[in-house]
Design a protein around this ligand. Structure first.
Ligand code: HEM
Length: 230
């Protein structure tokens, strides 16, 4: 009788790092809360921290494809979904704290606020773009949707830029006059745009071409050194 060999899916160190980093900020937040290490306005503190963590995961998600082009490591591409889902998880928690803890899910009050404050409107638009991306990130939808999946997931570009705009607008200061506490979202926004440019197919092709040329040259050099050491 033929034996069926079942190979266990291998857990990679990058997976371990990503899932540890995925839960660590939440554990840290709980710890700070129960240890009384948050500010005098703990809800705002939690809300802001969750928002920032969401942005970091969004940036990490967008960095996977450029990292794969630059270093030729396929593992980065396989971890995009986990990072994207962590970004969505922290965004959802950020919004839940705002809507639930700050406003007790009072929908009419929330609606008024969102339509009155630009940064909230912008944040809501980003969230509405992220929802279908997270919902269709599973293999079932990738198989069923075919080319439409790629078309839909193109939404990550405007969603990422709009999220950064929300971040910058949420800071005290003036984004348009470049005044106040907006240096961090501004620099992160530039980094994010760079990542988005590196994801462009022609730019990717160019980067991969350069990497391959460099690796062929270094292989030749190593070979030459072996034949003629010193
Ligand atoms: C993709 C979606 C979103 C992301 C990535 C995001 C991220 C952020 C970030 C990074 C901050 C600034 C944190 C800081 O001050 O250091 C922030 C602030 C805030 N966001 Fe969001 N956000 C999103 C959507 C939303 C939505 C939909 C709402 C509510 C409708 C919202 C409500 C707020 C509030 C109330 C603040 C705090 C503003 C303050 O400091 O007073 N966010 N968000």
């Amino acid at each position: 009788m033929p034996t069926i060999s079942r190979t266990k899916p291998k857990i990679t160190w990058l997976q371990v790092v990503i899932h540890t980093l995925g839960w660590l900020p939440l554990a840290w937040l709980f710890y700070d809360y129960f240890a009384g290490r948050l500010s005098v306005n703990p809800i705002q503190d939690i809300e802001q921290r969750l928002g920032r963590i969401a942005v970091y995961f969004l940036i990490a998600t967008l960095a996977c494809t450029p990292f794969n082009s630059l270093f030729g490591w396929l593992e980065f591409l396989k971890r995009r979904r986990a990072l994207g889902l962590y970004a969505f998880m922290y965004t959802s928690l950020h919004v839940m704290v705002f809507a639930g803890l700050d406003y007790g899910f009072n929908l009419s009050q929330l609606f008024d606020l969102i339509t009155q404050k630009l940064y909230l409107l912008v944040g809501t638009i980003a969230l509405l773009m992220l929802i279908p991306l997270a919902a269709t990130s599973f293999d079932y939808f990738i198989r069923r949707m075919g080319r439409n999946w790629k078309r839909l997931h193109w939404l990550i570009y405007p969603a990422a830029i709009i999220s950064m705009l929300h971040y910058a607008l949420a800071q005290k200061g003036n984004l348009f006059a470049l005044r106040g506490n907006i240096l961090k979202p501004f620099l992160l926004g530039i980094f994010m745009i760079l990542l988005l440019v590196l994801r462009n197919p022609s730019v990717r092709k160019w980067v991969i071409g350069i990497r391959r040329k460099l690796s062929v040259r270094s292989r030749h050099l190593r070979h030459a050194n072996k034949i003629n050491p010193g």
